[in-house]
Design a protein around this ligand. Structure first.
Ligand code: ATP
Length: 232
């Protein structure tokens, strides 16, 4: 099943993946075009997180080809994958933080560990304001609400100025109003030219997004990937 388009920043071609048992999915193709906005939906356990991990080079496909920014993920070494990963901001499903570090340091971490301290200092203030957390810079992660953690996770993903944002259930445990706020942030990032890929169960979120941004919806079900139609 192919849901491919033109050349993309991330391209999966006839990809299969197995954790060791049966194949979770096979011969699946997907293209994330520059500046595009795509949703990935489908039942729980169908493989959405796995598919996202293939897209950001965290897993290597059992067969088929994954290209990150035009380079075959299988043909580059760990440094090559790390380089590509710097261009992809990931918001993980569980959005974990280092609980002993204040929020600001957690968000700056991707830059500080890369020795880009000055850049971190330069970007942090604006970023914290953008996600509405500038009054909580000194809070420890366990002191934050679910919605605040999600926004902090998005800020941490964005601080490296990635070309692509991949978010796994970014509105998983938060109320509708906060989901809308997160969606607006993702739409803004897309308007800045970043490609956005969001896995979500939340069809209402997808419907709300469609009113704000031109987006494509892919549904993973039974090992197949299909473009969802107007039946959402
Ligand atoms: N590291 C792993 N080792 C073995 N099996 C795994 C591993 N990670 C995930 N799985 C299995 O692969 C399947 C797909 O998991 P995945 O997390 O990709 O699904 P999902 O669609 O994202 O689910 P959800 O919507 O509930 O988050 C599940 O059956 C899961 O148990």
């Amino acid at each position: 099943m192919s849901v491919a388009g033109g050349p993309g920043v991330i391209e999966l071609e006839d990809v299969s993946y197995s954790y060791g048992g049966g194949e979770l999915f096979s011969n699946l193709s997907l293209t994330l075009a520059p500046g595009s906005f795509q949703f990935l939906t489908g039942p729980s356990g169908v493989g959405k997180t796995t598919l996202l991990k293939l897209c950001y080079g965290d897993l290597i496909a059992t067969s088929g080809r994954v290209k990150l920014f035009g380079t075959d993920a299988r043909k580059v070494d760990r440094d090559g994958i790390a380089l590509a990963r710097r261009r992809i901001g990931v918001v993980h499903q569980d959005c974990q933080f280092l609980d002993h570090l204040p929020l600001a340091e957690n968000i700056a971490l991707p830059l500080t560990v890369a020795g880009r301290q000055a850049e971190a200092e330069q970007n942090l203030g604006e970023l914290l304001t953008w996600v509405g957390l500038s009054h909580q810079v000194d809070q420890l992660p366990p002191q934050l609400s679910g919605g605040e953690r999600q926004r902090a996770a998005l800020a941490r993903a964005v601080i490296v100025s990635p070309d692509v944002i991949i978010a796994d259930e970014p509105t998983g445990n938060i109320d509708w109003e906060m989901s809308q706020r997160l969606l607006r942030l993702l739409v803004e990032l897309n308007r800045m030219g970043k490609a956005v890929l969001v896995a979500t169960h939340d069809l209402n979120l997808i419907r709300a997004a469609k009113a704000q941004v031109q987006s494509r919806v892919l549904r993973l079900k039974g090992g197949r990937l299909q473009a969802a139609g107007a039946d959402l």
